[in-house]
Every structure is written in structure tokens, then in C-alpha cells.
Design a protein around this ligand. Sequence first.
Ligand SMILES: [Fe+2]
Ligand SMILES: [Fe+2]
Length: 199
Amino acid sequence: LLNLAAPTDPAWTGRALAHLDEILLDHAHCEKKAAATALGLIFRYPEQPALMAPLSRLAREELAHFEEVLRHLEARGTPFCRLPPSPYAAQLTAAIRTHEPAKLLDTLICCALIEARSCERMKLLAEALDGRGDEPALRDLYRGLLQSEARHHQSYLDLAELVYPGPRAEVRDRLRALALHEARVLSQAPPLPPRLHNA
Ligand SMILES: [Fe+2]
Ligand SMILES: [Fe+2]
């Protein structure tokens, strides 16, 4: 499921639950970044018409998620502000090859893996909050969003298979290799500060 090479360290959930406002703030930035990434691909690849409508839809959905998380921040009295990003995305995308069509394939797979990790962690948070019972609004937020992120994971993989001109087996091989890389990046990340995408 979700094609992740390794599950999240169980210790992450406890750290996240102890810093829910910071996790939520980071989450807002992640949704904003997800929208920007999808829109960025639309600008970078106009010669790939099959990407345009699906990525436009995805960008709009991520912006709707951004607004949803902003509403939760406001309700909690936590102002939106700048937050230094975790090294996760930069280290993950450092493995993207620089020549086409490998570059587009790797980019779409990295996007799929980021969506998968978001989905996995939102599920961990939803389940943990379900057990606590004191944060029903956040539990419902994560429970609702994790389904979208699972769908985004699959959309990016479907797009990768659709636009990559090489053999299908190459897409699966590259997915496995980048999933291992993603798990390694997480295992080597410093454990603090707590982030949606950090150790
Ligand atoms: Fe999202
Ligand atoms: Fe997403």
C-alpha cells in the first residue's frame, strides 16, 4: 500500500502529538507547497498536454486543503507564519536525474512518495487522536485529508506511467529505488523540530 519502503518510526507520532500546533503550521506550508509544485509542473511541461488538467485539478485541491488548514490554525489562535522547511523535500528531490525523460519521471514519482508519506502520517495522527478524544476537529481534518492524499499518490503514479515513453517496468523499478531513498532520507533526518515530513 502507498509504495513506501519503510513505515514511519512509531516515536514520530508521540512527538507530533506533543507539538500539534507546530505540526498544523507545517501542514499548512506543505499544502501550499503541494499546490505550487503541481502548478510549477504545468509551467515546466507545456509539451505534456496529458499533465495539464489533472495537475490543475490537483493544485486547486491542495489550495483548498491549504485554506482548510488555515481555518484550523485560526480557530486554535495559532497565526500562520514563516517556518523553515525540513530538509526532507530537498534531500528527496536531490535524487531526481537531470536529463529528460528521466527527470519528469523521477519528479512525478517523488511527488507520489511525498503524497504517500503525508497520507501515512495523517492516518497515524487521526488514529492517535481518535484514541485521545480531546481533538475531534483535528482528527476529522486528518481523517478527511488522508483519503485525498492517497488519491494524489495514485494520480502522480498514473501520470508517470502515462507520460513516460520507456517500458512500464522502468517506472516500477524507479519507484522502488526512490522509495528506498525516501525512507533513508527520513531515517537520517534530525528528530526535531517536529514536522509532517521529518523523522
Ligand atoms: Fe493536500
Ligand atoms: Fe496531496
